[in-house]
Write a new protein. Sequence first.
Length: 200
Amino acid sequence: MSEAFTHVKPGALLAPVPAVMVSCALPGEKPNIVTIAWAGTVNSDPPMCSISVRKERFSHSIIRDSGEFVINLVGQAQLKAMDYCGVKSGRDVDKFSAYGLTPVSVPGFAAPAIGECPLYLACRVTTVQELGSHDLFLGVVEQLGVQPGLMDAAGRIDYAKAKLVAYNHGNYYALGQTLGFFGYSIAAPDVLERRMKELR
Ligand SMILES: Cc1cc2nc3c(=O)[nH]c(=O)nc-3n(C[C@H](O)[C@H](O)[C@H](O)COP(=O)(O)O)c2cc1C
């Protein structure tokens, strides 16, 4: 065995993670946006995501009472607006108009998606779990919206075009370099070479 780890105070130090803009609304009321870093993919079938939200957030009661939330993925062009939505409360400001963001209706949902974001996942809440500091909202993805310009000829989403950002304990990062792909460790040499060329 090599040297042991240094043990520090336990914390949920998972990184990097996406930071997303979650839009929410009660039927007939003004929508709000809250920035969330504690978001996750939790199931494939049915497709499910989670968000963890502190009770004191203005958005918390909107999500709890409406039973829905819309996760908007964030590209570099939306980064500043995302940061703003994470430091200002909808109690005090209209975050859509503060950054000129466009609310776009989502079929079957009161909450709009954010028209400028590359992709959205509209989720119906199935479970709310009180954890301590945060409440965990689990939701089934009922609508998935993608900017048409991000789809390639084969109908796949071109994530490179979306210029998604990552969050790493206080700082935001661009995703830059493709290092590999799912299964590349066991790919045949010709497949590896071709795919890596495509990805560069
Ligand atoms: C990068 C970033 C990540 C954040 N992640 C979370 C989170 O996961 N859960 C949460 O409750 N608040 C999180 N916040 C804080 C809220 O976004 C912030 O308190 C916001 O102003 C609440 O808005 P609201 O009062 O309109 O709901 C985050 C803020 C930033 C800037």
